[in-house]
Design a protein around this ligand. Structure first.
Ligand code: AKG
Ligand code: FE2
Length: 352
């Protein structure tokens, strides 16, 4: 896909929910062209996903140390794990699922009140179309910056369903705490001082919420819900659909299906933690696939370092045996989407 020509402004495209409603033929623009990671096979195996108990992680007993070992092994192999006992009540997670579904179930006219402007990322709609021949994803989403609070663009925050804002607010503050806890344990599992990653993460992390809606797709073998990518975050916390599977993770050039575990949170390492850990913790390539029968809704909380801070491998993880693998990156997110939409990995640009 190297030869994609950039477009000066977002040219937009029809919402997938509208394509389904109107019964349109699916354009070839949705057909996945990047086969660098292989085609969608029918027989992708289910992954034996690591499960980390966050309550046990905080204990100073032998069990705590064992759990820390599990965290380290999960993140240096898969780059993700299911977090259980994370402290968020099931009732709050149920509410997050509920308001997400209620929002996507609203009439198009009502949802369009929060429509993304052509030059904006936040808002309801689809992702920007920045390149001619860009492969389109079978995904409508509402994308909202939730932290720092002063940067929120409230005009895009749904007021319908009524409790949407309140639930999102609560879920944001809880996710923020979990991300900070996890950064502490990620440092600890590499024998670093607890604040080693948190220092680079900063006091004003940038957090986006992304509500993903994937309608049933008539061409599931050819069309992806989200093209293969790794997240540009420090950490992503994903609330999966409770019933419909669709996420796949790449490991050693093979795809694996991520199983559903109700009320667990799927934690995915982002590129910026891979950089800070000098490659010891992996930011995994993943994709969402589609299916022809059921719609699927997921909610991702993208937790990234405060803007303007240099992100670089921490000194303790660089030595003669393990030289520095990444250059210093600043405002990594700023260029993320350009690479993403070309099917490229932004982390390759900062690799030494
Ligand atoms: O919906 C999913 O399962 C994956 C979402 C995802 O990877 C993303 O939003 O970056
Ligand atoms: Fe992702």
């Amino acid at each position: 896909m190297a030869g994609l020509s950039p477009i000066t402004a977002d040219i937009g495209c029809k919402l997938v929910q509208e394509i389904v409603k109107d019964g349109d033929e699916i354009s070839d623009k949705y057909v996945s062209k990047d086969f660098q990671y292989g085609a969608i096979d029918d027989d992708v195996p289910i992954m034996d996903i690591p499960v980390v108990d966050m309550k046990v992680l905080t204990s100073s007993s032998a069990c705590g140390r064992e759990e820390l070992g599990k965290l380290q092994s999960a993140l240096s192999s898969w780059g993700c794990f299911q977090a259980i006992n994370h402290g968020i009540e099931e009732s709050l997670l149920d509410e997050v699922h509920k308001v997400s579904r209620q929002f996507f179930d609203l009439s198009m006219e009502e949802k369009q009140k929060y429509a993304r402007a052509a030059d904006d990322i936040d808002g309801y709609g689809n992702d920007m179309v920045l390149y001619e021949n860009q492969t389109l994803d079978w995904n409508d989403r509402i994308y909202l910056k939730v932290h720092p609070e002063n940067d929120r663009k409230l005009k895009y925050w749904p007021e319908n369903p009524k409790s949407f804002r309140e639930i999102l607010e609560e879920y944001t503050s809880r996710s923020k705490l979990i991300a900070e806890e996890l950064l502490k344990y990620m440092a600890r599992c590499l024998n670093l001082p607890d604040d080693r990653f948190l220092k680079q993460y900063g006091d004003r992390p940038v957090i986006y919420a992304r509500f993903n809606f994937y309608p049933p797709c008539p061409r599931p073998k050819l069309v992806r819900g989200l093209k293969s990518h790794a997240d540009g975050t420090a950490i992503t916390i994903l609330l999966q659909d409770k019933e419909v599977e669709g996420l796949q993770v790449l490991k050693d050039n093979k795809w694996y299906r991520v199983p559903i575990m109700p009320y667990a949170l799927l934690v995915i390492v982002g590129d910026q933690v891979e950089i800070m850990s000098n490659g010891l913790l992996k930011s995994p390539v993943h994709r969402a696939v589609t299916n022809s029968e059921k719609e699927r809704i997921t909610v991702a909380m993208f937790c990234s370092p405060e803007s303007g801070i240099d992100i670089e491998p921490v000194e303790e993880l660089i030595d003669d045996k393990r030289p520095r693998l990444y250059k210093t990156a600043k405002d990594y997110l700023a260029t993320y989407f350009q690479y993403y939409q070309q099917g490229k990995r932004p982390i390759d640009v900062v690799k030494i």
